[in-house]
Every structure is written in C-alpha cells, then in structure tokens.
Design a binder for this molecule. Structure first.
Ligand code: GLC
Length: 676
C-alpha cells in the first residue's frame, strides 16, 4: 500500500523550531511520519545508526561504545582517550570525578559526530568470575547509584545520551544469550534496581539498554513488566529502550517487543524488519498508539541530543586532548587501591634506591583492546614499565633480576582474553595462571622486598602468596595513563585513596554466588539464591572473613575519627537525622579519606544484612587538618522491601550508625531509635 508522502516546506516546520517546547516538537514530527517511516525508525542500521529519513531532514542517530572510551571503528583509525576501566573509576568513590569523566567522554562522542554513548554499564558485581567485572562498578547498590547518577549527568550535560546498561540482571557472561536470571522481587528492589532507578529518576537517563538474558523467564527486550510497568510507569522513564545487539533474536515475536516497550532493535535484526512489523500491525497484534509511544521516545532524545540542530549550536566536542588524558590519569591515580603495605615499604624513596627489579607478565602490556565492546584505540598507552622508566630515568637502574635489586615490583594479573577479563565468557578460574603464581613465589624467595601490582579487573586468588608479600597495589586496568599513575603512587607523588568497590574473597567458595552450579553459572536458569546477600552483605551475615573487605583501601597517612554525634536519639517517619563526625589527618602525608556510613537494623521481622552502606564522603586533608563531615538519613535509609506488603517498609526499633574506613574497619558507632 503506497503511502502519501506530502512534500515538505522545511522553513515552516514546527518540529524544527527550537523555540517550540519539546513535546510539541515531538508530536509535530510524529504526525508527519508515515506508518512505514515509524517502522523504519525502530530498526537499527548497520551497527551504530538509525535509518535517516531524508524527506523530513532527519539524519541517522549515531551511537558508539564504550564505557572506557569512544570506539567508532575496529581498526583504530579514529583514536580516543582510553579512560580507566569502570571498576577503577568506581574505586575512586568520587562522584564528582565520575561526573567529570561523563563530561569528557561525551565531548569525545560529540567530536566523532555521534549522539549516544553505550555506557555506563552498571550491572551489580554478583560474582568475581563475571568476564565483564572490569566494565561494571560495584557490588553495593548505594555506591552503584551514586556513581551511575554522576556519570549520566556528566554525559547528558553535553547533550549526548547516556545508554545505561544492561537492564537487567546481566551479571554473568555464561550463556548470556539464553540464561534466565531467577531473582526474587526483594533482591531486584534492594540490589539490582536502585542504580537503574536512580539513573532514571535522579539523572533522567535518555536511554536504557535491554539485556540479552531472561529475567525470571522473560527476555529483557520483551519484558513488559520490567520495561512498561516498572521502568516507564513506575519510574517515569521518558527515554527509549534499545536492545543489546542481537538481543531480540530469541524473543517471542515482533509484537511482544513492541508492546513491552522496546523502541529500537539493534543488529542483528530479527523482529523489527518493517515487513514483519507491518504484518503484526495488520493482524492487530499491536496498536499504532503503542508504536507511537515507542517512536516518540526516540524522537524526544533525537531533539535533546540536537539531531536537527546545527552542530555549532551544540556543546562543543573535543577528543584526545591533554585535558582528557590528565583526567584519565587522575581517575587511575584515585582508583588504584593500596591493599597491603607492611613496614611501610611504600612509598619508595627515590634517593635510597639504586636498583629496582621490574618483572611479571603485566609489566609491559597494553590493555586498550578491552576484551570486547569496551575496546577503544588511544593515541598512546603508558605501560607500567614505561611509567617506571620515565619516573626513574638515570636515578635508579631498572633490572630484571630480583636477587640483584633493592626492591622488586611484580606486575601480576589478568588479560583481556577469553576466560579472563573479557566479554562473552566468564573467567574459567578464580586463580591466577599457575606459572604466574610460581613466579611470584620464586620472586619472593629471591627478594623479600617484593611489591605486587595487580593489573586485573576483578579479585583473584592471592592466598598462595599474600602472607609473604609486604605490599600489594590493586591497579585494575588504569587506562592510557596506567604507567604514570602506578609510578606516581609507588613513589609517593600521589597518596593512594582508592577503596574496594567489591569484596575480595579468600577463596571462590566464600563468594555468595558460588554455592552450587545452580547459583553460578546455572544452565538454562541461574538462581540468585543469595537474594539480597550479595558481596559484603553475605560475608557479614555468614561471618566469613574476606581477604580484603568492601570499602578497604590504605593510605600513606593515617586518619582518626572522633566526635560521632546524632542530631536526635529518636527519629519519626517524617524527620531527618543528621550525623556528624570529625576526621583528622593524623599522619605525615596529605591525602584523601573515604568516610563510609553504614546502617544496621538491630532487630527486624525479616533477615537483613548486618550493615548496609547509606552514605560516604571523600575528603582531602593536609597533615594535622581536621574536618567535620555530616550525613543526613531518613526513613528511606532504614527501609527494606517487604514482598508480603509489596512495598518498602521501615520498622520501628533500634538502629546503629556505623562510621568506618571500610565495611570491616568500623571506627565509631552509635544508636538511635526509629519511632515510625
Ligand atoms: C555488546 C554488549 C553491549 C555493547 C553492544 C554494542 O554485545 O553487550 O554492552 O554496547 O553489544 O557493541
């Protein structure tokens, strides 16, 4: 059936009038679209684009990976800043820095002429074996949401759409295209939803990517309850849902995706060929009203990202600038975590060392080929060895024989390869490769002053050698400035301030996801039997000592905590409780401390974690400097999700406020009563 395509007089088109309010522009453009044009808009073109509609002056809406830098092609012809891995940025516990990261990476998206970044990835870290742990933030829902909101605000401040992914419960790579994450409503509400919900409600995320996996038996791209009811109706999401690439291939039908609220199917296409959509439409399987709602969401974001505007009128792009490279280094410096430093072996003293042995499989590797869709191509990448050479120059000789050196730096870790830190497969072991473990042990025998620097995107087994190594620095994948950042920390130019965003277990069996094959990796179904007891919530409740706890990270200085005060001892349901505590730098180095606030429900009608993170503040203090930090909490911070009531509930009774340097290093605590 040929459809009228009226000629267009562009000069008078309301939807092109920037002074017209957004929804009027959306409505005007929608009315001008033929049914077939609406179909065309819902199916991605090539890999990174929507179809242009030249009749209406509509260009392709362009989107690119990834969370650590913009990748336009697969040959590296277009270079971009390689920022530290997401988990490294999370380890900074610095939302302001995350927002700056969002601004910078959005400027690079604009500079390559695109409109959306396929990031941030904010899936909860449920297992250390997930191949994409390096691409996600944390095990804790509060830290996850604070950082997600900051990144989305940063990206979208540049009129670039963030695409928050992968919605939802995409917490493993094993069988990712078919597995069903079997998860309770309470775990969804308390653990998996919060960061996505905050990205929508607090940062107005313009796009959400539906995940490959099923959630309780229904694929993410056709999950009517999660997309239409929860995301759109309950949370008020006004943006558009885009499928993960090929994520609709196994869904039920064209109409099930359309009715669920999937606006844009990205290749490999299977359900949104215009011919298929027309058949389903003609058979009454979906209404034009439903289709219009989906299409309007995309049009809305096209306007917000300036698709119809002169590029010169939009926030300016920039790419591979020194400013962005300095920011990448700053994130790496703040994200690296000093796990152990016995005898204050670190920082190294440039004037007292003559020879440093630098060895280990990760001493001179580049990591920009990020194991899948997070790959990007930077103009350079400073390896750890290169960073040390630049640092030491002729002052200290760098050798490869530990027995001949004053200290040895062993760069250990994983790679972006199948079975390690890479998309598409989970890790095939919690352990480091055996030959690497043997070399660490051999090195320690040759030189007891051995520092292990771990280049990896997750936790690995360390119990084979950790007691013999005086110092360990978790460097993650620190981006293009890794070598400069790690050298700055090792020599004390930078005082480490990173804190673990995930628990480091002593052994895999201690991890809550690793109770049985059912709980990981599952087969057709993976059962989240731990429920809300993810990460430290599990270690606390089961009284299992982690190797290094959530929130842990050492400094070259010391911080003392004093004067924990509450604004009141009894709190009613409409009141706010103000908590104040004094922090002092009682050491010799200036440095930053992440003060963490946990809340404990002393008695409750349901099982609750021993403590839950409900606040954190990062402060920079000079030696001797003292500052008073305040937090505010209310009923919502005391609540749990009650499945029997179908809502969040705060029960009357006693609660404890725990202020700590990590989830296990509680410095001060006090209590109050919640009166309801
Ligand atoms: C991949 C990833 C997703 C990425 C997309 C485009 O399969 O799951 O994170 O953004 O496809 O490369």
């Amino acid at each position: 059936m040929s459809e009228e395509k009226p000629e267009i007089n562009f000069s008078k088109l309301p939807f092109l009038n920037n002074n017209l309010e957004l929804e009027k522009r959306v409505e005007d453009l929608l009315e001008r679209l033929t049914l077939n044009e609406k179909f065309k808009l819902c199916a991605g073109r090539r890999w990174w684009y929507t179809k242009p509609l030249r009749r209406l002056g509509m260009k392709s809406f362009a989107m690119h990976d990834g969370p650590h830098g913009v990748r336009v092609d697969t040959e590296g012809k277009i270079q971009s800043t390689y920022f530290p891995s997401t988990i490294c940025r999370a380890a900074t516990w610095n939302p302001e820095l995350s927002e700056k990261f969002g601004i910078a990476i959005a400027q690079e998206v604009r500079d390559v002429g695109a409109h959306m970044l396929l990031a941030p990835g904010i899936n909860i870290q449920r297992t250390p074996l997930c191949g994409r742990t390096f691409e996600y933030q944390t095990e804790d829902p509060y830290l996850n949401k604070k950082l997600a909101v900051a990144v989305v605000k940063g990206i979208q401040s540049q009129r670039i759409a963030a695409c928050v992914k992968h919605f939802i419960c995409n917490n493993q790579e094993s069988n990712r295209f078919t597995v069903s994450s079997e998860v309770s409503e309470r775990a969804l509400q308390e653990i998996y939803f919060p960061a996505f919900k905050a990205a929508v409600k607090e940062a107005d995320a313009w796009s959400i990517m539906s995940s490959y996996n099923k959630i309780n038996g229904i694929y993410g791209s056709e999950h009517h309850h999660l997309l239409r009811k929860v995301l759109m109706n309950e949370w008020g999401f006004k943006g558009f849902v885009v499928s993960d690439w090929g994520a609709t291939n196994r869904t039920t039908s064209t109409e099930s995706c359309i009715n669920a609220g999937l606006t844009l199917e990205m290749p490999t296409l299977s359900k949104y060929f215009p011919s298929k959509m027309r058949i389903a439409f003609n058979e009454g399987k979906f209404t034009e009203e439903t289709l219009n709602d989906n299409v309007k969401r995309l049009l809305r974001i096209m306007f917000l990202t300036g698709l119809f505007d002169e590029v010169s009128t939009l926030p300016q792009g920039s790419r591979n600038t020194r400013e962005h490279q300095i920011l990448a280094r700053k994130i790496a410096e703040e994200g690296m975590v000093l796990l152990k430093n016995e005898g204050d072996l670190l920082p190294l003293n440039m004037d007292k060392l003559r020879k440093i042995a630098v060895i280990g499989p990760n001493a001179n590797i580049q990591t920009f080929l990020g194991g899948g869709s997070s790959t990007n191509f930077p103009p350079y990448e400073i390896t750890p060895l290169e960073g040390l050479k630049q640092k030491c120059k002729e002052k200290i000789e760098i050798i490869d024989s530990p027995a001949m050196a004053d200290v040895t730096i062993f760069f250990a870790g994983l790679r972006h390869i199948k079975g390690m830190d890479a998309e598409g497969d989970d890790r095939n072991s919690f352990a480091l490769p055996p030959e690497q473990v043997d070399l660490i042990k051999k090195t320690i025998k040759e030189n007891s002053n051995t520092i292990v620097v771990m280049i990896a995107g997750t936790s690995v087994s360390m119990i084979e050698w950790i007691n013999e190594v005086p110092a360990v620095l978790q460097a993650w994948y620190g981006g293009m400035e890794t070598g400069n950042a790690s050298s700055a920390i090792l020599f004390g130019d930078v005082n480490p301030s990173g804190k673990l965003p995930i628990s480091f277990p002593k052994m895999l069996a201690d991890s809550p996801a690793h109770v049985s094959e059912r709980t990981f990796p599952g087969d057709e179904k993976v059962f989240y039997e731990e429920g809300i007891f993810v990460g430290y919530r599990h270690f606390d409740t089961k009284n299992i000592e982690p190797l290094f706890p959530f929130g842990h990270g050492l400094s070259y200085t010391n911080f003392t905590y004093e004067n924990l005060m509450l604004s009141k001892e009894k709190l009613t349901k409409d009141e706010i409780l103000t908590i104040s505590v004094d922090i002092m730098n009682s050491g010799e180095y200036p440095g930053s401390e992440v003060v963490q606030l946990y809340i404990q429900d002393v008695e409750s009608s349901v099982e609750r974690p021993l403590k839950e993170l409900k606040g954190f503040k990062k402060v920079y203090l000079k030696p001797g400097e003292r500052v008073t930090i305040t937090f505010e909490i209310d009923k919502s911070d005391l609540s749990f999700y009650s499945e029997s009531h179908g809502k969040w509930i705060a029960e009357k009774g006693n609660f404890n406020i725990l202020i700590g340097d990590s989830s296990r290093d509680i410095r001060l605590q006090t209590g109050f009563e919640y009166l309801g």
